[in-house]
Ligand binder design. Structure first.
Ligand code: SF4
Length: 392
């Protein structure tokens, strides 16, 4: 059946056909990790994990990686955002979802209510307009995200520099997916045997960077999309490789991306940013896993301009998001899930944004399924399977 519309990627009959194919090739349990928060959201929303659990004789466990950039932005960086945003000469600009992320001093919404000039923008380039409109003000953009958002943020810096808009700077907190995958695979507690790679990131960066990782750690990586059929087909391709003892990078999302990604966007990113060590919330420091501005753009570096010192912060003792982000545990294994920790009062990384694993489990009522809070092993609790992707 040719697929032309979004609803067809959610077709239940096609989803069941893909699950039947997995059933045919799978001979033993496997653990797969999806690397994008959008995939996590889709898996939980459509009950794909429960559909697989109900239909397969062997476990095919889907665990949720550190794929939500809002969730993994470090507490220290959020506290630095606070320190800058509360200065009277600053107009602090951000995408809306960062405003409610709690740092150790509360969230940016609270600071805004106390009178700080904090604005939600729809594109980083809105900051250029503000800089021209308010030449006596300092316009600061909170540049967070994976490789996906890096081109637009790089363009802001590039244009501000070219137009000599000296009152524009960026607080850079970009994180990169390939070093995170390597970090997970190097962990002695690692359980992940195959990855669903991040479709949006690879649309920009291509997937050449993933090939040495697949080869070095002997894990299959299938770059996948976000709709239920994308994820199930990605899972099928990964299981086929695992069963055949293969470990290559494959592209399930070929309708959107190719091996080289978007060379023009990549070139812009590399001209403005260079890699640096980065701390991930819930995970810790990962070598060469982030971007910082190149030396020639240092005058647009908000940390340098405002001299924000290193800030020491502590996460909640209750939070196990570090283990969730590495695929060792799942949200319902956390004693605070749905009780002390909810989307309105998040305690840790994976509850702060809608794409975080804990927030997705909460949004789709997993905290209301009594058996999921028991000790029934990750993903194999005796809860009632959901009907799977909705019929079109
Ligand atoms: S439910 Fe809250 S406290 Fe528990 S792991 Fe998730 S974010 Fe952390």
């Amino acid at each position: 059946m040719p697929i032309a519309y979004l609803d067809e990627y959610r077709d239940r009959a096609l989803a069941e056909r893909l699950v039947a194919q997995i059933r045919k090739v799978q001979t033993r349990p496997w653990v797969l990790m999806e690397m994008c928060g959008g995939q996590t959201h889709s898996i939980v929303k459509h009950g794909l994990d429960q559909m697989l659990e109900a239909a397969l004789p062997h476990t095919l466990e889907l665990v949720h990686g550190p794929g939500c950039p809002v969730c993994v932005t470090s507490l220290e960086m959020i506290d630095k955002a606070h320190a800058i945003a509360q200065r009277p000469e600053v107009i602090f600009c951000s995408f809306g979802d960062m405003l409610r992320v709690p740092g150790s001093r509360g969230d940016l919404f609270r600071l805004q209510a106390q009178g700080a000039d904090i604005r939600v923008v729809y594109t980083p380039l809105d900051c250029l307009k503000l800089a021209r409109q308010y030449p006596a003000k300092q316009i600061v953009f909170f540049a967070i995200g994976f490789e996906t958002t890096a081109p637009a943020n790089a363009m802001l810096v590039y244009r501000a520099h070219a137009e000599k808009l000296d009152n524009v700077s960026v607080l850079v907190s970009h994180v990169l997916v390939p070093p995170a995958i390597a970090n997970i695979l190097q962990s002695p507690a690692n359980r992940v045997q195959g990855f669903l790679g991040p479709g949006h990131v690879c649309a920009i960066m291509g997937y050449r960077e993933y090939e040495p990782i697949a080869s070095r750690f002997q894990v299959p990586i299938v770059v996948s999309g976000f709709e239920p059929l994308d994820i199930l087909q990605g899972a099928l391709m990964t299981v086929r490789q695992l069963e055949a003892g293969k470990h290559t990078v494959e592209n399930q999302y070929a309708r959107i991306l190719n091996r080289d990604g978007n060379p023009a966007a990549r070139q812009l990113v590399y001209s403005v940013f260079e890699t640096c060590d980065k701390k991930w919330r819930g995970v810790g420091a990962i070598p060469k896993s982030g971007y910082k501005l190149r030396w020639e753009y240092r005058d647009h570096d908000a940390e340098r301009r405002f001299q924000v010192a290193e800030i020491d912060t502590l996460e909640s003792d209750l939070c196990i998001s570090g283990q969730i982000l590495k695929g060792i545990k799942k949200p319902h294994h956390c004693p605070a899930f749905g009780t002390a920790c909810t989307p309105l009062h998040p305690l840790g990384a994976t509850m702060v944004s809608a794409e975080g694993a804990c927030a997705a489990y909460y949004a789709y009522g997993r905290h209301l399924q009594p058996s999921m809070t028991g000790a029934g092993g990750p993903g194999r609790g005796p809860h009632t399977p959901q009907p799977g992707p909705p019929a079109t």
